[in-house]
Design a protein around this ligand. Structure first.
Ligand code: HEM
Length: 449
């Protein structure tokens, strides 16, 4: 029974959205340190409220890119179920460009956007066609299945070298085999993808320690979540560094992606200097912050589901299934796609969504929708349809690095469990702490091996 006028109106249009019991939007407080731990319970409830619900989010890093005057973390539609999530991400009326729907006056004010925020605002992730298509095409060849096969031995080498180093450090501390300790995140899950993407982009070895320090500064969980002055200063330095690096590579190009993009830039007007900075920026960050959590979340899920781990050990080819199931069960991009803006009046599952409304798609919620995945809260690496997860999104913005992340995840799982038959958590799983960013991942995972 509809209980208030808004619900009655929605029922009349065939919209199955129920109001939260208090009548207002559901609050998803991403700044609450317990948010991620309880998120799946919240999503179960939200999916029951409807395929799309009104939600209010706490403040996030990209709030500074909203239209001037928009309250941070404002209310928006949240798509909770699998079919509607896919449909929404494929719908051309849904824009990824935060400038969509802005008044000319608001757009005018954006001209004064601080220089250091532009790489965030003008990456392909936040653009619509035709700019999005033009930019994506330029880097797509580096992420094909063929390119991945060429990369495989390089990634395997990076994984092996990292573990050799971890073993040397443990030996230097006098730890016996199978009683050796490491923080899986800091010692392995973080350095592997950052090294891979730094290699691909061509960030010189001698600059990496500095670049990694900037990256950590930007992503640090200490202090306020918003883009404060300290973060802006790091962004300015990083942008300046990239411009200098482009200059160096113009003089002495290599085989790397940055050198290739510079050639394209020089051959025509297909890529501006600003777009170059944005491109390297997004590839560098998206290329490591997420994959670290794929590795961390997968290892924790396997170590806490011994029957699944036993299957993987018996058949290492199941590493592929372990990656897909980790993406579905504990995907790194948890509660949402990047924000979207509706460019014309539309409906989702019969619910009217007016032009200019904002929405996000609950990727993690969709991946546990029981209408799509049987027994969705179970972790099962042999699940036949796990690969239908939408942890990488869907549609034109589907993750360009998905083949790379999948390969890194497989090689990480295969190698870790092959080299360390005794790999186990060094602390009770309840004591592991999920961070507070929009990414689902553990801050530390102490293991014995
Ligand atoms: C497990 C690891 C990863 C996950 C879960 C992930 C997730 C995602 C998701 C959900 C999107 C779409 C966001 C949206 O539609 O709002 C996306 C886009 C993107 N990802 Fe990933 N990603 C991962 C790894 C990577 C890697 C390794 C790279 C690059 C080397 C990368 C580069 C990108 C880029 C450039 C986009 C924007 C694509 C576009 O707008 O067309 N990602 N990723």
């Amino acid at each position: 029974m509809a209980t208030n006028p808004k619900e009655q109106e929605q029922r009349a249009t065939g919209c199955p959205m129920k109001q939260a019991p208090h009548g207002g939007p559901v609050v998803l407080d991403r700044e609450d340190p317990r948010f991620l731990a309880g998120a799946h319970e919240a999503y179960t409830h939200l999916r029951e409220l409807g395929p799309v619900v009104r939600a209010h989010f706490g403040r996030g890093l990209t709030d500074d890119l909203e239209a001037p005057g928009t309250p941070p973390g404002g209310e928006r539609f949240f798509v909770t179920r699998y079919d509607e999530a896919v449909e929404t991400l494929l719908d051309g009326r849904v824009s990824s460009d935060f400038r969509t729907g802005m008044t000319p006056e608001q757009r005018g004010r954006l001209a004064y956007m601080p220089e250091e925020l532009k790489p965030l605002a003008y990456s392909m992730l936040m653009l619509d066609p035709p700019d999005h298509t033009r930019l994506r095409k330029l880097v797509q060849p580096s992420f094909t299945a063929r390119a991945m096969e060429t990369l495989r031995p390089r990634i395997q080498r990076i994984v092996d070298q990292r573990l050799d180093e971890v073993e040397r450090e443990a030996a230097a501390r006098g730890e016996a085999v199978s009683e050796r300790r490491m923080d899986l995140i800091r010692a392995f899950a973080y350095p592997v993808p950052i090294t891979v993407i730094s290699d691909m982009l061509g960030i010189p070895d001698e600059d990496r320690a500095q670049v990694h320090t900037w990256a950590e500064g930007l992503l640090s969980e200490d202090g306020p979540k918003e883009m404060n002055e300290q973060r802006r200063a790091v962004l300015r330095t990083f942008n300046g560094y990239l411009t200098g690096l482009f200059e160096r590579k113009r003089r002495t190009p290599g085989e790397d992606m940055i050198s290739q993009m510079l050639v394209v830039q020089e051959e025509g007007d297909r890529l501006s200097e600003q777009e170059m900075v944005s491109m390297v920026f997004i590839l560098f960050f998206a290329g490591h912050v997420t994959t670290v959590n794929l590795i961390g979340n997968g290892v924790v899920a396997l170590l806490t589901h011994p029957e699944q781990l036993a299957r993987l050990r018996a058949d290492p080819a199941l590493a592929k299934g372990a990656v897909e199931e980790t993406l579905r069960y504990a995907g790194p991009v948890d509660y949402m796609s990047t924000p979207r803006i509706v460019r014309e009046d539309m409906e989702i599952a019969g619910c009217p969504i007016a032009r200019g409304e904002k929405l996000t798609v609950g990727l993690a919620s969709a991946n546990r929708d029981p209408r799509h995945f049987a027994n969705p809260d179970a972790f099962d690496i042999t699940r036949p349809d796990a690969h239908r997860n939408i942890a990488f999104g869907k549609g034109i913005h589907v993750c360009i690095g998905a083949p790379l992340a999948r390969l890194e995840g497989q090689l990480a799982f295969e190698t870790l469990f092959r080299r360390y038959p005794d790999l186990r958590l060094a602390v009770p799983v309840e004591s592991l702490h999920l961070g507070t960013s929009s990414l689902r991942g553990y801050t530390q995972v102490p293991v014995l091996f």
